[in-house]
Structure formats: structure tokens, C-alpha cells
Design a protein around this ligand. Structure first.
Ligand SMILES: Nc1ncnc2c1ncn2[C@@H]1O[C@H](COP(=O)(O)OP(=O)(O)O)[C@@H](O)[C@H]1O
Ligand SMILES: [Mg+2]
Length: 262
């Protein structure tokens, strides 16, 4: 479905809104300036809508890791606890967005996404309605029902599904590194920064996964797009730990981050 207004999907990484290796630690100052950058952009571009998604960081990933090491799977108790933890983080973020002047509305993904026969299903009717009425929907990485078990639905996957289903042609991944490198810059000090890349070239890069991210880190972020077969989508990867970057990306500046064309 093509929307009648311009829309951007923005995924705020768990690594930006929380300190990933410290349980339940919110990055208050960063959330504050990110909220005000989003508000400035929307004030200056009243016809653009934003769809926000945030990651699990030290709330969701931490809860899942705990269940996996004690129970070995996500059981009902773990599901409740993880969805509660994610709501806590979401509530904090939504409050900051309201304080900054936005009109966010939270949409808990476990209420609109599920899996059937291994296939991801969703009901996006209400989300579209909220967007059309001028809200900024806020979703997040969450736990979902998957046939007879429970699993994690990453915020990165949600970003791609929303971009595909709503025909949005720009996704901004706000994360804790300056963009895409030929290998993980946190592991290799000689990693080379990549300014622009075509999605087909992703296979030539090296990725590593993180201890604190149960959903596959940078590689999943970018290869999910290929899996969902999106076309004409521009992905921007930007470091949200640097003040001003998100605003710059939203207004189209090419001086920060990496652009990947799908
Ligand atoms: N080739 C690469 N280029 C950039 N980052 C990479 C690469 N390979 C792995 N990474 C890692 O991916 C991380 C970002 O993904 P992730 O930890 O899932 O963040 P988020 O919390 O934003 O989802 C970075 O912190 C970085 O260490
Ligand atoms: Mg991640």
C-alpha cells in the first residue's frame, strides 16, 4: 500500500537507547537529544511521518539471555517478563518523545505480529490509521507467538516489514558505530569505513555478532532486506551516540553514516 505522505522508518538501536552490557540501563541524555532532533525535524517537515522502532538493548536481550541460560527456551513466564521489560523501556522512551513535543503512540509488536507455519504474519491496519491521523507509532523488538513456541522478533525485522508493507523507501538504522565497515570496527582497529554500497555487495563484507545482541547484530540488520526482497529502499546507518547525526541524516546530509541501496 502506498501512503499518501512521505514516511521514514527509524530504528533506534538498543545499543543507543541503553548500555547493552549493563542490565536495565537507559541512556537518558542520548534519548533526550534524539527525541529533540526528531521533534525539530518533524516541526520543520510537517508533511513527513516517522515510524519509530527501538531495540531491546539491556532490557529485552538481557531478559532473553537469562531465560535461555536457565530454561533453555522462551516459556510463558519468560515471555511475560520480556514483554514487560520491553514495555518499561518503551514507556520511558515514549515519555521523552512526548516531552520533546512529538505525538507518539506505542504499538506493542506482540499484539500485531505472530508466526504461523514458520511464516511471519501481521495486522497493520490500525498502525496505518494512527499514521494517517498524525501520530508517530513506536514499536520495538519484542517476543511473539510462533505456532506452539515463542520467539524474538527483532526491531530490525520490524523495520524491514514496515518499509516493505507501507512502501517506505528510507530506513535509518541508528546504532553505536559510525556506519558500515568492511569488518567489525569494534573488533578490528584497521576496519575501513564504507560510505556507500549496493546491497548485492554485502556478501563481500565480514560481520561479527555481539554477546549482548540475541538477534544477529549488523549482518541481520542489512541482510534481512534481501530476504524480504525490498526494492528501491535506501538504508542509512548512522551513529546515534553522536549528537546531531540523526537530524543530519533526516534532512538528507551525506556527511554522516553509510548509505546502502537496495
Ligand atoms: N562489518 C561491520 N560494520 C559495522 N558494524 C559491525 C560490523 N560487523 C559487526 N558489527 C557490529 O554491529 C553492531 C551493531 O549491531 P547491534 O549490536 O545489533 O546494534 P543495535 O543495538 O543498534 O541493534 C556494532 O556495534 C558493531 O560492533
Ligand atoms: Mg541489534
Amino acid at each position: 500500500m502506498k501512503l499518501s505522505y512521505a514516511c521514514r522508518v527509524i530504528k533506534l538501536g538498543g545499543s543507543v537507547v541503553t548500555v547493552k552490557d549493563k542490565p536495565m540501563s537507559v541512556r537518558h541524555d542520548i534519548i533526550k537529544y534524539l527525541s529533540s532532533e526528531l521533534a525539530s525535524f518533524l516541526n520543520e517537515h510537517p508533511n513527513v511521518r516517522l515510524l519509530l522502532i527501538h531495540g531491546g538493548g539491556s532490557f529485552g536481550h538481557f531478559s532473553i539471555k537469562k531465560c535461555l541460560s536457565s530454561v533453555g527456551a522462551i516459556d510463558v513466564k519468560c515471555f511475560s517478563h520480556t514483554s514487560y521489560m520491553m514495555m518499561l523501556l518503551n514507556t520511558y522512551l515514549v515519555n521523552e518523545l512526548i516531552e520533546a513535543g512529538l505525538t507518539p503512540v506505542s504499538i506493542p509488536p506482540h499484539t500485531i505480529f505472530w508466526k504461523e507455519g514458520g511464516k511471519l504474519k501481521y495486522e497493520l491496519g490500525l498502525l496505518k490509521e494512527y499514521l494517517a491521523k498524525g501520530f508517530t507509532p513506536v514499536l520495538y523488538g519484542d517476543v511473539i507467538i510462533s505456532d506452539n513456541v515463542f520467539e524474538v522478533l527483532s526491531g530490525d525485522t520490524i523495520a524491514w516489514v514496515l518499509a516493505k508493507e507501507l512502501d517506505v523507501n528510507e530506513i535509518v538504522f541508528v546504532t553505536d558505530v559510525d556506519g558500515l565497515f568492511d569488518k567489525d570496527p569494534k573488533v578490528h582497529s584497521d576496519a575501513k569505513f564504507i560510505e556507500t554500497l549496493r546491497a548485492e555487495e554485502l556478501k563481500d563484507l565480514k560481520f561479527s555478532t555481539s554477546d549482548y545482541d540475541v538477534t544477529g547484530s549488523m549482518m541481520l540488520k542489512l541482510t534481512e532486506g534481501l530476504k524480504y526482497g525490498v526494492k528501491d529502499v535506501r538504508v542509512r546507518i548512522v551513529n546515534g551516540l553522536v549528537k546531531g547525526n540523526v537530524y543530519k541524516v533526516l534532512v538528507g546530509s551525506s556527511t554522516v553514516g553509510t548509505v546502502v541501496e537496495y
